[in-house]
Structure formats: structure tokens, C-alpha cells
Design a binder for this molecule. Sequence first.
Ligand SMILES: [Fe+2]
Length: 222
Amino acid sequence: MQNSQVDIYAEVHKGLRRELGIWLGRMGSLDAENSQEIAKANLAFTVLSTMLTTHANHEERWIHPLLIVCAPELVSDLEREHRQLERLFDAVVDAFDQLKNGNHDAPWAFQQILYRKFASFCGHYIVHMGREEDEAMPALQKAHSDQELLVLSAEIRGSTPPQEMGIFLTAMIPAMNLEERVRMAGGMKANAPKEAFEGFCALTSEVLNKDDWAAICKRVSI
Ligand SMILES: [Fe+2]
């Protein structure tokens, strides 16, 4: 099979890269002596944690069973990397919890340790996503038609509870370009139940600025 242009990683990975970048900035500038700010950031960090866990689960539950047929060694590699990334992220969460709980003598030095652990995690994670896009996606596109990949994509979305979908869309939509936003909004308008489309419009208009939202409305006739 051929002709496939559907890329099931592209948009969600854009969202994840954007979130990692935002968190790199936030982590580096945390006020280590402000316990309220640390606690607030620590709580917000659980959203990124949920996204990363859910995303890896989606890949292993939905994508890897297809990929194992056409690229078995790559699946072993990617899942080994998932376990390595989980260990690196657990170390970040542990350091963040220690900073929040005050289990240290020198908060500024400890914040620097946390920042570097997170920066190292981000580096590994970004390389990993690149492998999925550069190696896994072409293997899937070679073995499956656009239609089959669109069905897979719909299955992944259908398996995601609304609250988690909201978290992903909040990260993804600002990271996407106009063409991607229009394609997503057009697909929702044509295929999703009315309430789901209305929810999508409400969320999208909230996470984008006025002009970016107006550009979608114009192209999709919302
Ligand atoms: Fe992955």
C-alpha cells in the first residue's frame, strides 16, 4: 500500500514539544524560596505527567501492535526508550517533590539540579519523538493506507476520556499551524456530535488569540 500522507504523530508531538519548552522556561525561573509558587508549579506539573503517561500508553496500546508487524526491532527499541524516559521523568518528579517539601539545605542549588534533570529528560524525549516521526511513521505509511491510519487515529481519540482529550487539545491547538487547525476543526464539524464540536470550539477560542480563532472560523465557516 502507498499514498499515505497521514501522520499520526505530528500534531500531538507538536503539542508535547511546546509543553516541554514552556516547562523548561518555567522550571529554570522558579523562585526556589517561594514555597507557594513551588507548590503551585508542582501541582501544575502533574498535567504534563498525565500527558506523557497517556501518550506512551496510546502508542503502546494502539500504534505498536501495527508497527510490530512491519518493524519489530523498532518496537523493541521504542519501548526500551519509553522505560528509560519513565525512569528519567520519575527522577524529575522526585526532585520536584523534594524541592516542594523542603528536603534540602540549599534551595537555589537544588532548583538548579531539578532544572538540569528536567532539561536532560527533555533532550532525550525530543530525540525519541524524532525517531517515531522519522522511523516509525514511514514504516506505518508504507504498510497502511491513509484510510487505515485515519481509523487508527479515530480509535485513539475514541479511547481518550473527554477530560484527557481537553488536556491534549489545550496543548496541541496553540502548537499547530493554521492548516492543521482548519483540518481538525473541519473534521470535527463534519463528523463529531454537535455537543463535541461546540466543546471543541469553546476550548479552541479560549486557547488561541482572537485573530487566530477568527482565521479558523473564516476557513471552516463557523
Ligand atoms: Fe513514544
